[in-house]
Every structure is written in structure tokens, then in C-alpha cells.
Design a binder for this molecule. Structure first.
Ligand code: 2HA
Ligand code: ZN
Length: 273
């Protein structure tokens, strides 16, 4: 049974955890997972290869032939666990990376997330950097969204402000965070802009909308989103109490953390305020 496979169970658990944290109101957010060859092998007899090919809208050549577990367009994370066959499905890409077809799930007329171009372009960028990347996660992270109304939409500012909010942040996301200005969701343009940020970061914030996280396994990808959103929550609280911090973590403190934890922090985030 496909639904009993550990990767499907972890996918449902991750989405449910995000729902429980308030990041997936209504049909908000989407999740995709690139299957390992052994996982495709384990489910192949249950796949239906008769559905028509559909254009993705972008070409992701290096993902040709890959299989992805994806949340459904218009479907609710709320129902991932009680209605999985409607809420998620498996797709296969053709060898050109231009088309996909549904091979499992999306029952009752469903189809993959409206953000499929962004998901696949992000996967394409990440696989080119490191083939161990498997997950792209989009969530409507309340506090990160709130910050996009008050902070300048610059990678340097968001990275530095989030890092200052929790000592573990520069260790969890040492490469920083990308931010893009408001764009139409589901569009090819936002897919290009997001995947461009994914060349440098594992986190990309969409102004006034939400966050994308990329990762190698369910726990660390979820943990990355959670850590950044928690830092944003602290910053929202700090800014709500006072426009100025009485004290904070300083650039040299970050360099000391980097030394202690063996991570590299780009000096462009350690500017003098
Ligand atoms: O799936 O989150 O960005 C709904 C969305 C679109
Ligand atoms: Zn969204």
C-alpha cells in the first residue's frame, strides 16, 4: 500500500505538523517530495501510467523521469491525514522535464498544487547543487509574513534580524535567507524568482504571502521552517514592545558562534548598524 510507505507517512506528518502550527489555513501552502529510486520501486505496481501528459509551464531538464509526491491544488492540509487520497498524489515527469502526469492519488478530480512550477524549479536548482535535496515546502508562516510589512525586503536585513533573534539561527541557516517582493502566486515569474534565491539559500520568503524551505529530509526541512518562523515570532514580539533593542547579538558574537560550530557566515550579513 502506497499510503503505508514511510515517505508518505512522513509527508503527511510534516504537513499535519504545519497545520497544527497555524501555517495552512484553508488551502494555504504546499509540499513536494522527490522519491528515491528504491521508493519508486516499492510502489511501481500500484501506479497508473495511463493519464495524459500535462505541460508544467517550465522545463526542468535535470528532473526528467523523476517521481514526486505533491499536495493537491485547492486541497486542505487539514485533511492530509483523514483524506490523503484526495489531498495528495504522485506525479511522474517525462524525460524532457516539460510535462507531468498523475500516477496516483488526487482523487475526485484533483491535480498538483498551483505552485508546481515553483516547486519543480526549486527542486531543479537544488538537485544541481546537491542530489540529496528532496523536499520543497511552502507555508503561510504568520510572523515571517508580518515582517515583510515592516522590514526592508533585503536578504541582508532579513537574515541579520532573524539571526539576532535566536543564537541557533546562524547555525541552522548559516547561508542566510532570501526575500522577494510581492508577485502573483502560481506564476512562472515567481517560480524563476524563487529558484534564483534557492541558488544561495534554503529559505526564500515571499513578501506578504509566505515562505519556501528546501531540504534533504522531512525533519530538517520542517525544522528549518520552524526555526525561521520562531525567530520571526520573537522579532515581532520585540518590535511590538519597543522599536529599538536594548541589547542584541553583535557581529563579533556571530563570528565566534561560526568558529565554535564550524559554520561559515558571509560577512555581508554582519554589517555595522
Ligand atoms: O496552495 O499557498 O501559494 C495555496 C498557496 C498558493
Ligand atoms: Zn501560498
Amino acid at each position: 500500500m502506497i499510503l503505508e510507505q514511510p515517505f508518505v507517512q512522513s509527508f503527511i506528518q510534516m504537513g499535519t505538523d504545519g497545520y497544527d502550527l497555524g501555517w495552512h489555513e484553508r488551502n494555504g501552502g504546499n509540499l513536494s517530495y522527490r522519491l528515491k529510486p528504491s521508493e519508486v520501486e516499492a510502489v511501481k505496481l500500484e501506479l497508473n501510467r495511463n493519464n495524459p501528459w500535462t505541460p508544467i509551464g517550465v522545463q526542468v531538464e535535470n528532473l526528467g523521469g523523476e517521481h514526486f509526491l505533491v499536495t493537491g491544488s485547492g486541497r486542505f492540509f487539514r485533511h492530509l491525514s483523514d483524506r490523503p487520497l484526495e489531498s495528495l498524489g504522485l506525479i511522474e515527469l517525462d524525460e524532457t522535464g516539460r510535462n507531468y502526469r498523475i500516477v496516483y492519488g488526487f482523487e475526485n478530480g484533483g491535480k498538483p498544487t498551483s505552485e508546481l512550477p515553483s516547486h519543480l524549479m526549486n527542486h531543479a536548482v537544488k538537485v544541481a547543487i546537491n542530489p540529496d535535496y528532496r523536499i520543497i515546502y511552502h507555508a503561510h508562516t504568520t510572523n515571517l509574513i508580518a515582517l515583510t510589512f515592516v522590514l526592508p525586503l533585503q536578504d541582508e536585513v532579513f537574515t541579520r534580524e532573524l539571526w539576532e533573534m535566536a543564537t541557533e539561527c546562524p547555525v541552522v541557516f548559516p547561508e542566510g535567507v532570501g526575500v522577494i517582493g510581492w508577485m502573483v502566486p502560481g506564476s512562472i515569474e515567481i517560480a524563476y524568482a524563487t529558484s534564483n534565491k534557492m541558488k544561495d539559500y534554503d529559505l526564500a520568503i515571499w513578501a506578504h504571502h509566505g515562505t519556501f524551505a528546501a531540504g534533504k529530509d522531512f525533519d530538517t526541512t520542517f525544522g528549518l521552517m520552524h526555526t525561521a518562523e520562531k525567530a520571526a515570532e520573537i522579532l515581532v514580539k520585540v518590535l511590538s514592545m519597543s522599536p529599538a533593542k536594548a541589547q542584541t547579538i553583535q557581529p563579533q558574537d556571530f563570528r565566534d558562534v561560526a568558529d565554535a560550530f564550524g559554520v561559515t557566515l558571509d560577512e555581508r550579513f554582519l554589517y555595522t548598524k
